[in-house]
Design a protein around this ligand. Structure first.
Ligand SMILES: [Zn+2]
Ligand SMILES: [Zn+2]
Length: 396
């Protein structure tokens, strides 16, 4: 699949231009007028409904880079998104069954279909992947924080009738979680530890409960997020990890050891027989070095750690405890073939009231405020930010 957007002055809904939220560099976010793209062969045009902001968007906003991926030219942010099909280009693939007016979620990673990973269905590892709103490749592919976009039609997924538009944007982070669960091969009744109760961690708790885990313990440094997990009945127990300075190497390892001792002796863990000997699976959703180390310590012999959170590319990992106890360390990068199941899950109601995770909504021209609130972790009224969503479409 190759894809470059063709801009024009096409008229959509009586308009010849649209607003787009463009990152020019660190804290240089501009809401700009852009042309309206028209769909070429195999593509659809979508009126974007909402976009959920995530940690990687925040990194680009704050630093002009996400880890080693630097913004080299102005880029539209956002990739957790859904909207309504407004036009279809010619020559759609036969597998595409879309019409104008369909509500869809956009899976924004364009993979090549020809490399060895694409051929075995692991397209998240595609060597030619271009992911909207990621500066990993150049020229960058613009993201979804705008009013109108075009995209390969086969990467659009129709929403189940029971699923509302704003919620469908959660299919992206939920796909990450689903992919992690598929790689975990859990058995019913598993005892799960989730480190980090941000949006991805919370969805992991929710999916663990829905999949029949017997214990789900959520850990975070913010009580508000843990309370949320408990209120939603997504966690059977929670533990507030004392907040320490951000450390690395041996200092992080010492903090991890202290953290694991604290967690082990907590009421949440003590309430379950044998749990202080370790969990059946640990979902690490923070990307913080000491938490990644703690994850290995907290895994029981013969179990696994799923590394979902990113942010520490090199760290001191306790490989001895992993090797001597055969703890599998499993990397998780985005997702492949998860969107249909994620949307079905969201539409089924099995995850509980996930809509409560959408804690704030902003129109496109207030995207800057959304990013600032996200950076602080609180909005101007003092409410916790879990999943802020930005977008202009009147929702239906
Ligand atoms: Zn994301
Ligand atoms: Zn490929």
């Amino acid at each position: 699949m190759s894809f470059t957007e063709k801009s024009s002055s096409a008229i959509v809904g009586g308009k010849t231009s649209q607003l787009a939220v463009v990152c020019h560099g660190a804290t240089d976010l501009r809401v700009e007028e852009r042309g309206i793209p028209i769909p070429a062969d195999g593509e659809a045009q979508i009126q974007v409904g909402v976009t959920g902001l995530c940690g990687s968007d925040l990194h680009y906003y704050s630093h002009g880079a996400n880890g080693t991926f630097k913004i080299l030219s102005p880029m539209v942010l956002g990739h957790e998104s859904c909207g309504i099909v407004t036009a279809l280009g010619p020559n759609l693939p036969k597998t595409v069954n879309l019409k104008v007016g369909d509500r869809v979620a956009m899976e924004v990673g364009v993979y090549c279909k020809t490399c060895k990973f694409c051929k075995i269905g692991r397209y998240n590892l595609c060597s030619n992947m271009r992911f909207a709103s990621s500066a990993k490749t150049f020229p960058h592919l613009d993201g979804t924080l705008r009013e109108v976009m075009t995209f390969p039609a086969e990467l659009l997924h129709k929403l189940p009738p029971t699923l509302d538009l704003p919620l469908a944007a959660l299919a992206e982070p939920l796909s990450v979680v689903l992919h992690a669960f598929r790689r975990a091969h859990l058995t019913p009744g598993a005892r799960i530890l989730v480190l980090g109760a941000g949006a991805v961690g919370l969805l992991a708790c929710s999916l663990a409960s829905a999949s029949g885990a017997s214990s789900v313990i959520a850990v975070d440094i913010e009580q508000g997020k843990l309370d949320f997990a408990a209120q939603m009945n997504w966690a059977t127990g929670t533990y507030l990890l004392p907040k320490g300075p951000r450390v690395s190497g041996l200092d992080a390892l010492a903090a991890a050891q202290t953290g694991w001792e604290g967690l082990k002796s907590s009421d949440a863990v003590q309430a379950v027989e044998g749990l202080s000997e370790g969990f059946d699976a640990v979902f690490e959703c923070t990307g913080v070095e000491s938490c990644m180390q703690l994850a290995v310590m907290a895994a029981a012999p013969g179990t696994k750690v799923l590394f979902v959170g990113m942010g520490t590319p090199n760290l001191l990992l306790p490989t001895g405890p992993a090797m001597l106890r055969e703890v599998d360390l499993i990397g998780v990068f985005r997702y492949a073939n998860c969107y249909p199941d994620a949307l079905a899950l969201l539409g089924s109601g099995r995850l509980g009231d996930v809509g409560k995770m959408v804690t704030q909504r902003y129109p496109l021209d207030r995207a800057g405020e959304a990013f600032e609130d996200m950076r602080r972790g609180r909005d101007k009224d003092g409410n916790t930010v879990i999943k802020p969503m930005v977008g202009n479409l009147e929702l239906r």
